[in-house]
Design a protein around this ligand. Structure first.
Ligand code: XMP
Length: 329
């Protein structure tokens, strides 16, 4: 794609002239498409003066850390420091039930970990990094008026997302946002020119607060996180096996903090209910629920109940957005 190749060359030049040869840049990777493509681009421009961090907040999906760290290393040759902060996040979340409160705590802990990373770097390279890379896209930046000269017009209002929000303001870092004039499909094209594997570019979006917004109520109660990871993995893997992953915008499981009566073997059980959500969408702003074939659902539900201890009931969320949001919290 010649147009995206031009955009790429232009961006690399801009970054090279902006960041002086003695200056350093940091980037928080989420494992998602945007931050990965942004980091890969900046890495192409300034090499090892880019320092990436991936935070395990204890709210990641099944084997997520291992999977993304492997991609960063073997496919992208992108040096990434992995910080395990799961105990820190989970201890702060203990007993917290309110969705907004949970989000606030997670945002605050992200800043704390990021600050620690900047300090670690300062000890290593002898100075504080000057720049922060963010994978902000065009729809994220613009609420009402497109930047002058961007050539973009704005057709609908877009909700602002909270990613690792607040970082730049708190840390007085200058921002590098190489994707800020691009839409998601353009980012995918750019990523493909940068040799980011196709499988990675097609990954479903995943919210910054992770599984915390998919476990209603207290995230740390019982083994909710473990149960949710297993159910989610079975569901998403089944979708991949059925060849539906690219058709569906997002698919995931939700842990419900209620127990229902069931019968498994000849035993009466009193276990958890989970919900499955799969949607189609253009941009996440509106969404339709996905209509699976009966046999697909029969098989998935059987697999979940037979393999995940502590689950005896599976519901499907058949609400569109609006009135529901994509995530349950
Ligand atoms: P909602 O639930 O608002 O979600 O309908 C719309 C899209 O945004 C994702 N989402 C988030 N992404 N940080 C993120 O980076 C967040 O706090 C967040 N909340 C929701 C959601 O997964 C969906 O794709």
């Amino acid at each position: 794609d010649w147009k995206m190749q031009d955009v790429l060359d232009e961006e690399i030049k801009t970054i090279q002239s902006m960041v002086r040869s003695d200056e350093h840049v940091i980037c928080a990777l989420s494992g998602g498409v945007d931050s990965t493509v942004a980091a890969t681009l900046v890495h192409n421009a300034i090499g090892d003066r880019l320092h990436c961090v991936f935070v395990d907040n204890g709210l990641l999906r099944y084997k997520e850390k291992e999977r993304v760290m492997l991609t960063f290393d073997s496919d992208l040759h992108l040096p990434v420091t992995c910080i395990d902060a799961s105990e820190q996040f989970l201890s702060q979340l203990k007993g917290v039930k309110d969705p907004e409160e949970k989000r606030k705590i997670i945002g605050r802990e992200f800043i704390a970990v990021f600050d620690k990373f900047a300090q670690m770097l300062e000890e290593k390279i002898g100075k504080r990094p000057e720049y922060l890379v963010q994978g902000t896209l065009y729809p994220d930046v613009i609420e009402s008026c497109p930047p002058p000269g961007s050539g973009r017009t704005h057709s609908h209002t877009i909700k602002s997302h909270h990613n690792v929000g607040g970082l730049p303001v708190d840390m007085k870092l200058k921002l590098i946002e190489p994707l800020k004039l691009l839409f998601k499909d353009e980012v995918r094209k750019l990523g493909s020119i940068l040799n980011v594997p196709e499988s990675f570019l097609k990954r479903h979006p995943f919210p910054g607060p992770g599984l915390a917004v998919r476990i209603l109520g207290d995230v740390t109660e019982g083994n909710a996180l473990e149960v949710l990871r297993q159910v989610d993995e079975i569901f998403v893997q089944a979708i991949k096996d059925a060849g539906l992953y690219d058709t569906i915008w997002q698919a995931f499981a939700v842990f419900l903090p209620v127990q229902t009566v069931g019968v498994q073997g000849d035993q009466r059980t009193h276990s958890h209910a989970v919900a499955l959500r799969a949607i189609t969408s253009e941009d996440g702003m509106t969404a339709d629920w996905y209509y699976f074939e009966r046999q697909f659902l029969v098989d998935v539900v059987k697999k979940i109940c037979n393999n995940v201890r502590g689950v005896n009931r599976v519901c499907q969320d058949i609400t569109s957005k609006p009135p529901a949001t994509v995530e349950w919290e």
